[in-house]
Write a protein that binds this ligand. Structure first.
Ligand SMILES: Nc1nc2c(ncn2[C@@H]2O[C@H](COP(=O)(O)OP(=O)(O)OP(=O)(O)O)[C@@H](O)[C@H]2O)c(=O)[nH]1
Ligand SMILES: [Mg+2]
Length: 331
């Protein structure tokens, strides 16, 4: 599953219907009073939160959203029918911006109940029945409906993952997510393989967790080195983080320190999140070092597990630990 996190769309609310010019027809009355009804209101374009959606992928295929026009008014004071609203469903965590000399934030959709009228339908025009006056008993006047609003929008999904994977490049983050979810990210033996976030879903019992794999972070990322820290916004809201460390290198603690430093430079609260240290590439760690490494992290007050994403060892335990990390379950 490729994760699309930013799309531009065009929305157009319905125009209001035209007011009607009409006169009552009655027996023996050649021209009765005016009875032209008002036009109906144009439909609104409404954006709603939907917890079952996890990406903006659908918007790759459909980018124009129009609500229905209001119907025109008719004789006998009949008001035109209101146009139907156009409802756009987006994942929770979607920011709605208007593209207008830059990006202007209109709304953030965080909850399932969130609903936002992003483009208002036009008011219906008035029919001639409204324009009777003492001097004009038979007005021919009517109004056109108002135009519906139209806007160019940018939707940006701040990922609502439950758990984020962070780590230096090439430590095996994408391999991990590919083994515990059905995500199929690119994996390769060089740094910066992952260039945009991947999402995966882990099914546990009858619940699920969304895991985010983001591009690797290097020392100096906070000052723009490597791919920088812009992807960290995807994990700002996760309830917990998995710090993935390459256990095959000599310096697991150095990697840990770099991560800590860069995360805290981006946003200190990232260090407050619950975390789990995963020492990956266990298959390449000499037996005699394993216990030492575990001790090292435990002494720093960390919870640590060893895995080999490549060979699938330690992954059952990892899933068990993810379950424990999750706040939903600890309530
Ligand atoms: N021996 C061994 N190799 C692994 C393990 N996990 C991943 N690898 C290898 O390490 C390399 C990097 O793996 P990725 O999953 O692409 O690493 P990443 O952390 O996503 O890297 P970036 O996207 O560049 O940040 C690949 O060649 C993997 O096959 C492991 O447990 N053991
Ligand atoms: Mg990767």
């Amino acid at each position: 599953m490729r994760f699309v996190d930013e799309v531009s769309i065009f929305v157009k609310a319905g125009d209001g219907g035209r007011g009607c010019v009409s006169f009552r027809r009655e027996k023996y009355v050649p021209k009765g009073g005016p009875d032209g009804g008002d036009g109906g209101k144009g439909g609104d374009v409404i954006i709603k939160g939907d917890k079952n959606q996890i990406s903006l992928l659908d918007f790759k295929y459909r980018r124009v959203f129009k609500a229905e026009k209001g119907s025109n008014g008719s004789g006998n004071n009949k008001k035109g029918r209101d146009g139907k609203d156009c409802i756009i469903r987006v994942p929770l965590g979607t920011l709605i911006y208007e593209e207008k000399n830059g990006l202007v934030l209109l709304k953030e959709i965080l909850n399932e109940e969130d609903s936002f009228v992003v483009a208002k339908g036009g008011r219906g025009g008035r029919g001639n029945a409204h324009f009777v006056s003492p001097v004009n008993q038979a007005p021919e006047k009517f109004e056109y409906g108002e135009k519906g609003e139209e806007k160019r929008l940018r939707l940006i999904l701040k990922l609502m993952a439950d758990v984020g994977l962070v780590g230096l490049p090439n430590v095996g983050k994408s391999t991990l997510i590919s083994k515990i979810t059905r995500a199929t990210p690119k994996i390769a033996e060089y740094p910066f393989t992952t260039l945009s976030p991947n999402l995966g879903v882990v099914n546990i019992d009858d619940d699920y967790f969304v895991i985010a794999d983001i591009p690797g972070i290097i020392k100096g990322a906070s000052s723009g080195k490597g791919l920088g820290l812009k992807f960290l916004r995807h994990i700002e809201r996760t309830s917990s983080l998995i710090w993935v460390i390459d256990g095959s290198l000599d310096n697991p603690k150095t990697q840990y320190e770099i991560l800590k430093e860069e995360l805290s430079l981006y946003d200190k609260s990232l260090l407050q999140k619950k975390r789990l240290i995963v020492l990956n590439k266990e298959d390449l760690i000499p037996e005699e070092k394993k216990a030492n490494y575990e001790k090292l992290f435990k002494e720093m007050g960390e919870k640590v597990i060893l895995t080999s994403a490549l060979y699938g060892t330690g992954l059952d335990r990892l899933i068990e630990e993810i379950k424990n990390l999750d706040e939903k379950r600890n309530k």
